[in-house]
Ligand binder design. Structure first.
Ligand code: COA
Ligand code: MG
Length: 291
């Protein structure tokens, strides 16, 4: 079982040379160099060139580097794809994707621009239409480069007229729909950002809630959010120990042929062994990144 940690996924404006450089030292699992919402219209072209140069220069180590392009319908989208298809980024993130046809055209644009086969397509889930069509959007993975959903909760709030309250109750349907569709088709799914940079208690609660929903990780806007996020989305020491105990118990010849056991006082079925194998794979992948 192979697994790549995407606990912490940090956005930064592609127009800001200082943060693009600083990211080489930050402990985030993945980085999103943004050309879209975080970049003003007058800076779009400069940001595009600067992001391409930074990715090409490298130095990001194990961090997975993703570039977020402008929407295809905008004046910059097509040129962004052309300029960044061969920069060496691991993936390209498309905003405002609302249908399977949008996924197909994003994937084809990457093909046409000469993106290497291993360059993944990530899409923002941030429009009301995307939530209503999230099943067909996820299903489009079969015929495209699509691997990952990123929740755009700020845009969803704006478009839906809903409030991003602390418990995010107005978004439970959307968050759950996206995680469910992602799981149904084997996609990675990353939670939206937490805007209140100074509110560390609120941020911790939001990370835990994202984990409970089933997200693989969370998108971040500030370096101060990385460490807490990494900790919440990594399996705890106790969880890994329990997982190893379950795997060991099912491997014990004395338990051969049994479908359910008691491990550390808790019921463990074969499905728990599958979950335990995944927990250990995640923990080992995280340890490998740190090593
Ligand atoms: N990525 C990398 N480094 C970042 C960063 C980010 N997203 N945000 C801040 N930093 C760096 C700063 O450059 C500064 O570095 P220094 O200590 O070497 O000087 C340090 O972290 C502390 O930053 P701080 O002064 O607290 O924040 P700021 O006022 O410089 O920036 C924001 C605040 C919100 C403008 C900035 O965090 C940001 O641009 N976030 C990302 C926004 C974004 O990409 N949005 C799109 C998706 S929602
Ligand atoms: Mg957005």
């Amino acid at each position: 079982m192979s697994f790549r940690p995407r606990r912490s996924v940090l956005y930064m404006p592609g127009s800001n040379a200082k943060v693009l450089d600083k990211a080489r030292t930050l402990p985030a699992d993945a980085l999103i160099f943004d050309l879209e919402d975080a970049v003003a219209p007058d800076a779009k072209q400069m940001a595009r060139e600067q992001v391409a140069a930074s990715v090409q220069a490298g130095g990001y180590g194990q961090r997975e580097v993703i570039v977020r392009v402008n929407a295809s319908a905008s004046p910059w989208g097509a040129d962004d794809v052309t300029a960044l298809a061969k920069c060496g980024a691991a993936g390209m993130l498309f905003p405002k994707v609302s249908s399977a046809a949008d996924v197909a055209s994003a994937s084809q644009a990457m093909d046409a621009a000469g993106a290497p086969a291993e360059m993944a397509l990530w899409v923002m889930i941030e429009t009301p239409q995307a939530i209503l069509s999230v099943d067909e959007i996820a299903k489009a993975t079969a015929a495209t480069r699509l691997t990952t959903f990123v929740m755009g909760t700020n845009d969803l709030a704006k478009e839906a007229g809903a409030k991003l309250t602390q418990d995010r109750a107005p978004f439970w349907f959307a968050l759950s729909a996206a995680v469910t569709a992602a799981r149904a088709y084997g996609l990675t799914v990353i939670d939206g950002v937490y805007n209140e940079i100074a509110d560390s208690d609120g941020f911790l609660a939001a990370c835990r809630q994202g984990l409970e929903f089933g997200f693989d990780g969370k998108t971040l806007i500030h370096p101060s959010q990385i460490e807490v996020c990494n900790e919440v989305f990594a399996p705890s020491y106790e969880a890994v120990a329990h997982a190893r105990a379950i795997i060991g118990a099912f491997a014990d010849p004395a338990n051969a042929g049994k479908g359910v056991l008691k491990v550390d006082g808790k019921m463990a079925e074969l499905l728990h062994r599958d979950m335990a194998l995944q927990t250990v794979a995640i923990a080992e992948a995280i340890a490998a990144m740190q090593g």
